[in-house]
Design a protein around this ligand. Structure first.
Ligand SMILES: NC(=O)c1ccc[n+]([C@@H]2O[C@H](COP(=O)([O-])OP(=O)(O)OC[C@H]3O[C@@H](n4cnc5c(N)ncnc54)[C@H](OP(=O)(O)O)[C@@H]3O)[C@@H](O)[C@H]2O)c1
Length: 305
């Protein structure tokens, strides 16, 4: 049973002529749906990333059906490997001289304990650190684009209401962070990082409109690949609320389409286009976004090429 209350008027999506868009995680789930929708609005170019080249082919084929000759390019990128992110950023920077919209969307959820190739907790590495390195590499281009006449540059970071259960145990991010229901706790940590990073990005780089959002609970492989128990918990606790992959794009489409001055830099939006009132002690801590930024910068210095 899906949620029929979540709707979005696609006629409000602006003409994207000349605008260049980057979507991480375009090989599946919400990211793939976004590529297929956005090509219909005449973008200058859409880059999308992911690890799986075969799935990328399927996204490209779907995009070509939606808009023949759609300017869509796949850039292979494993966000859990800093070397791979550096290489992906190098390719993107070589192929475009502007970047108007960056959707930091890819993610993993409730994975077993593990470390990334570079020794970080795997969900934090994939969901936050890889995106942070990509953002750092692309910021000069985003800022240059923002200086162009008529530009409207946005960085939209996908988080989840799961951030409410998260904290930022900086001294444990180079461990697997064991613990009771650890897989969910680790996801929450990474999603709190997504939320606070967007907030700090907005504060430090005001020319770029940065904020975060959740797509809602969506029936993608993020959920369907869970173990039986976890899947049961999600579907039972979200009965009647689960969105289709198409509906899962609506909050992103709002974030791209809403007039710039109607959006709040650094804010968190729930579907569709609702400025969230959700708060926790951590989200209210005025020092935490800066601490996350400084910790992240220090780590990225070791890897940036
Ligand atoms: N679905 C939900 O209910 C829900 C709810 C709240 C928030 N979200 C958030 O929405 C975002 C998208 O989720 P989804 O539901 O579309 O998930 P999905 O269907 O599992 O798709 C995830 C995407 O991320 C990519 N990805 C995963 N690991 C990666 C890695 N190491 N490096 C690069 N790309 C990687 C995958 O591509 P490859 O496998 O090709 O790498 C795929 O394109 C995530 O950030 C998630 O946390 C989802």
């Amino acid at each position: 049973m899906t949620n029929t209350n979540i709707t979005f008027d696609k006629s409000t999506i602006p003409n994207l002529t000349g605008r260049v868009i980057l979507i991480t995680g375009g090989t599946g789930g919400i990211g793939a749906e976004l590529v297929v929708e956005l090509v219909k609005h005449n973008p200058g170019r859409i880059f999308f990333t992911g690890r799986n080249a075969k799935s990328a082919e399927s996204t490209i084929q779907r995009a070509q059906v939606a808009a023949p000759n759609a300017p869509v390019s796949f850039i292979q990128c494993d966000l859990a490997s800093m070397a791979s992110v550096n290489e992906a950023a190098r390719k993107i920077l070589a192929e475009t001289d502007r970047l108007d919209v960056f959707l930091a969307n890819a993610g993993i959820m409730a994975k077993p304990e593990g470390l990334s190739a570079d020794g970080y907790e795997i969900q934090f590495a994939t969901n936050h650190l890889g995106h942070a390195l990509l953002t750092k590499k692309l910021l000069p281009l985003l800022e240059r684009t923002a200086d162009l006449p008529g530009a409207d540059v946005r960085v939209i970071i996908t988080t989840s209401t799961a951030w409410g259960g998260g904290s930022l145990p900086f001294d444990r991010f180079k461990t697997t962070i064991k613990g009771h229901l650890g897989r969910w706790m680790r996801y929450s940590h990474s999603k709190l990082a997504n939320l606070l990073y967007a907030r700090e990005l907005a504060r430090r780089y005001p020319k770029v409109l940065s904020f975060s959002l959740t797509p809602g609970v969506v029936s993608t492989s993020l959920v369907s690949d869970l173990g039986l128990l976890d899947k049961g918990i999600v579907y039972v606790s979200q009965l009647g609320q689960v969105l289709t992959p198409e509906q899962g794009t609506f909050n992103h489409l709002f974030a791209i389409s809403a007039p710039r001055d109607s959006l709040k830099p650094g804010a968190f939006y729930e579907p569709v286009g609702k400025l969230s009132k959700m708060e926790t002690a951590r989200s209210k801590d005025p020092d935490l976004p800066g601490q996350l930024w400084d910790w992240t910068e220090k780590e990225l210095e070791k890897w940036i090429e």
